[in-house]
Ligand binder design. Structure first.
Ligand SMILES: C[S@@+](CC[C@H](N)C(=O)[O-])C[C@H]1O[C@@H](n2cnc3c(N)ncnc32)[C@H](O)[C@@H]1O
Length: 271
């Protein structure tokens, strides 16, 4: 019987969408993400996941995005086995278990206190993985993170929920804090935010989408030292074939029309 109550609302509740999608995808016979932790966590949470209307297409899409980010984190850690990793807006994502970093990596999972408390009840403790219970926009928590090591910062599904004036400030604070590192995150244009806000899953949570990144170069201008080095095209992989025909056609047309391609992006920056 699921025993953990999830009293989460708005942007916090959206973590149950991504968790549910990753769990669903992990149950497919040819799973890409193989997120057994997500499947197990869903089974332990007392919550009506049906209200989030997560379907196979969403699950496969979320798994593709998560795997692309996992791969960038793994590659960074392979080059920097002494890295600091910041997983911002981690929700209940099991990245630290999937990536399984070596002991020299100092991993930080950061999210609101209610989320971190639930996370602590659902997942085992892990050496060298610190749970940071704070809004990412609060400047204080970062002061406790070692600044002199290469930093890999992953933010999956976070940027739209940050206030538009706080997002660039957070990026600037991160870039100032560390000597060097990378940030990998998804980003949505103003039109992208409107489309995401209309999806049944996000509507069910009542979350507000606030920060649009229409041009990643604007972020480079706003954050001295930040340089866009990769725009990842996650949906150009063979795994899209596991979506329904309708969704594949939609993505095909989408990819052909440049303005539409820009509504949701996966970006990697260096600093
Ligand atoms: C769509 S969920 C994504 C969760 C996780 N990254 C994943 O991919 O499964 C958005 C997450 O961002 C977190 N979040 C939003 N605003 C935040 C803030 N200001 N500080 C910390 N976490 C925040 C929410 O609590 C939630 O866990």
């Amino acid at each position: 019987m699921p025993g953990e109550k999830a009293h989460l609302t708005r942007e916090k509740e959206t973590l149950l969408i991504t968790l549910c999608g990753k769990a669903l995808e992990s149950r497919l016979p040819d799973s890409l993400l193989k997120d057994w932790f997500a499947a197990e966590a869903v089974g332990k949470i007392d919550y009506d996941f049906g209200r989030l209307k997560v379907d196979r297409n969403l699950g496969v899409g979320l798994a593709i995005r998560a795997k692309a980010i996992d791969d960038r984190v793994r590659a960074f850690i392979a080059r920097h086995p002494d890295a600091v990793v910041l997983h911002l807006g981690c929700g209940l994502d099991s990245r630290v278990f999937r990536v399984n970093p070596p002991a020299g990596v100092a991993w930080h999972d950061v999210d609101y206190p209610e989320v971190i408390a639930l996370r602590g009840r659902l997942y085992p403790d892990r050496e060298n993985c610190r749970l940071v219970a704070s809004s990412v926009t609060d400047p204080q928590w970062l002061e406790t993170v070692p600044a002199d090591r290469p930093a890999m910062i992953a933010a999956e599904g976070l940027t739209p929920y940050l206030p538009a004036d706080e997002g660039p400030k957070l990026f600037a604070r991160l870039v100032r804090h560390f000597d060097r590192g990378e940030i990998v995150c998804d980003a949505y244009s103003s039109l992208g935010l409107k489309i995401v806000a209309m999806t049944p899953s996000v509507r069910a949570t009542g979350a507000k989408l606030l920060w649009a990144i229409n041009d990643p170069h604007d972020l480079e201008k706003a954050v001295p030292g930040l340089k866009l080095v990769e725009e990842i095209a996650p949906y150009e992989t063979e795994h899209v074939r596991r979506m329904t025909l309708g969704a594949r056609l939609f993505i095909g047309v989408w990819n052909l029309i440049p303005p539409l391609k820009k509504i949701g992006r996966l970006l990697r920056f260096e600093f």
